[in-house]
Design a protein. Structure first.
Length: 86
């Protein structure tokens, strides 16, 4: 199975990074994955949150993006302008 993120955003602030991705898991369910840590360090965290639909996942990503920007992170990369089908 090939990994195809439906929506992905990557933020940086100094040496810190934050990535959030909307994908389908192996069973076809929607999952929002949040990854954060510090460049040059092995420490970090990965959290998976199941969501009911692609729309719910996009809402979760938009909320997280607003929070990252409010905390001084810069959006470095974004993918997924196409709207995934629910």
């Amino acid at each position: 199975m090939t990994y195809h993120p439906m929506m992905e955003q990557f933020f940086i602030k100094g040496t810190r990074y934050y990535q959030i991705t909307l994908t389908r898991d192996l069973l076809g369910d929607w999952v929002v994955t949040k990854i954060n840590g510090r460049r040059g360090s092995r420490l970090g965290r990965i959290r998976n949150t199941p969501v009911a639909s692609a729309r719910d996942g996009r809402v979760l990503i938009e909320e997280a993006s607003r929070l990252r920007i409010a905390h001084g992170y810069r959006l470095r990369c974004a993918a997924g302008a196409k709207r995934p089908h629910d």
